[in-house]
Design a protein around this ligand. Structure first.
Ligand SMILES: Cc1ncc(COP(=O)(O)O)c(C=O)c1O
Length: 402
């Protein structure tokens, strides 16, 4: 099976985790109380770990991250849920809480937002990401008591696009001018950049009168099983508010044990930085391979097929002519065919709150090695060619819709 559907990494940092865990446990006699890795830990994160993390993020982003702006989560998904839950808890009952999202956006975030009883409102995107004029129009035409913008500005899931700094500033300004008080920046991929210097994150851009929460994660840069990430916000009030959460006050630091492993990995021999640099090189190579294989096999099927070249992250977004349905293509690619392996990918409509983008699909190069990338791209091209021929010849056996 060529699994181009999953965005989870195959390059898990096993050696790093093993080494750092042994080292951390060998020091355990020198640690007491809440500092001990097997204790509850401090809600929001051990202050020493937060300082170490702030220093590391400062070196990775090339701009200052302050310890007091950080708190530890169980990953970006938990960060999103915690932020929405905390904002919701501040509101009067029955207030209308809207969350504006990119269309398409990360499909599991749509579920998390709806689970928190917020209404999802789709905003148009282009290759870069959310379109400022569309955001302004959508917000101005919406009625709400409280509103947030949920956005993946860097190497977005699923389109892979990155917002320019100019657009980031514009988007924050639109939120400020139109009463969208909260911006949630989901940012698990910005460290997987091929550039040496990353674009300013939204949380780094001055934005008075609104609160920006940036959701970071170790899932894509170390291993998702660690369940460890962070929230960065420059608002002292909201940083405290997030920590006052009942689950954290009862359970202490979420992911305390793994945060201490990560602390050791950062402090000792800078294991973590070396691993992230290796990932950048490897994903750059795999991304280029997949882009060139896809171009070779599917570009000729129809001149209107668009394959977006990745500049970081782990996804490639492919747009077919509107008459070609990616759901039909997926069904064909997962059926057995002699001489080919099945291929899985994610269809575009999955990422759309309104079910748009049936003619698009997302492939990921995070999990498969070179031979699977080559094999899967060949199968995709083969099935797409047959599908296109059947449609062109008006074959009665073919239905373009499922
Ligand atoms: C945009 C986005 N946010 C969050 C996540 C999940 O991150 P975590 O494992 O840190 O919860 C993913 C994983 O695919 C993602 O693509």
């Amino acid at each position: 099976m060529c699994d181009f559907a999953s965005g989870s990494p195959s390059l898990l940092a096993k050696d790093l985790v093993r080494e750092a865990t042994m080292e951390m446990l060998s020091m355990d006699e020198t640690l007491e109380g809440e500092k001990h890795p097997l204790s509850y830990g401090v809600p929001g994160g051990d202050p020493v770990f937060l300082s170490v993390l702030a220093g590391w993020l400062t070196s990775m982003y090339g701009r200052e991250t302050r310890r007091e702006d950080l708190m530890i989560t169980a990953g970006a998904s938990h960060g999103l849920d915690l932020v929405l839950g905390t904002i919701g808890a501040e509101q009067k009952s029955r207030s209308r809480f809207l969350v504006f999202v990119e269309n398409p956006t990360y499909f599991k975030a749509i579920k998390t937002i709806r689970d928190r009883l917020c209404e999802v409102v789709a905003v148009e995107t282009d290759d870069e990401g959310i379109i400022p004029s569309s955001l302004r129009r959508t917000v101005m035409n919406s009625e709400f008591d409280v509103a947030a913008l949920y956005v993946i500005p860097t190497f977005s899931n699923p389109r892979g696009g990155t917002l320019s700094e100019k657009r980031r500033v514009e988007i924050l300004q639109i939120c400020i001018e139109n009463g969208v008080k909260f911006v949630i920046e989901d940012d698990p991929y910005s460290m997987l950049s091929v550039r040496s210097r990353s674009i300013k994150r939204l949380v780094e851009i001055p934005s008075h009168d609104i609160v920006v929460f940036s959701l970071g994660s170790f899932s894509k840069i170390v291993a998702p099983g660690l369940r460890c990430g962070w929230i960065e916000t420059r608002s002292k009030y909201w940083n405290q508010n997030l920590r006052d959460n009942g689950v954290l006050s009862s359970g202490g630091c979420i992911s305390h044990f793994t945060s201490r492993i990560l602390q050791t990995a950062i402090q000792r021999r800078d294991l973590l930085t070396g691993h992230v640099k290796m990932l950048r090189r490897e994903y750059l190579r795999r991304g280029e391979l997949m882009y060139s294989e896809l171009s070779k096999h599917i570009q000729d099927v129809d001149e209107n097929i668009i394959i977006r070249k990745p500049s970081g992250g782990v996804f490639i977004w492919i747009s077919l002519p509107e008459h070609l349905d990616a759901n039909v293509l997926l069904k064909r690619c997962t059926n057995s065919r002699e001489g080919f392996s099945p291929v899985k990918f994610r269809c575009g409509n999955l990422f759309s709150p309104s079910g748009d983008f049936r003619h698009c699909f997302r492939v990921s190069f995070s999990k498969m090695d070179d031979s699977r990338i080559i094999e899967g791209s060949r199968r995709l091209g083969h099935e797409l060619q047959i599908m296109n021929n059947e449609i062109s010849s008006g074959s009665p056996s073919f239905s373009s819709r499922l």
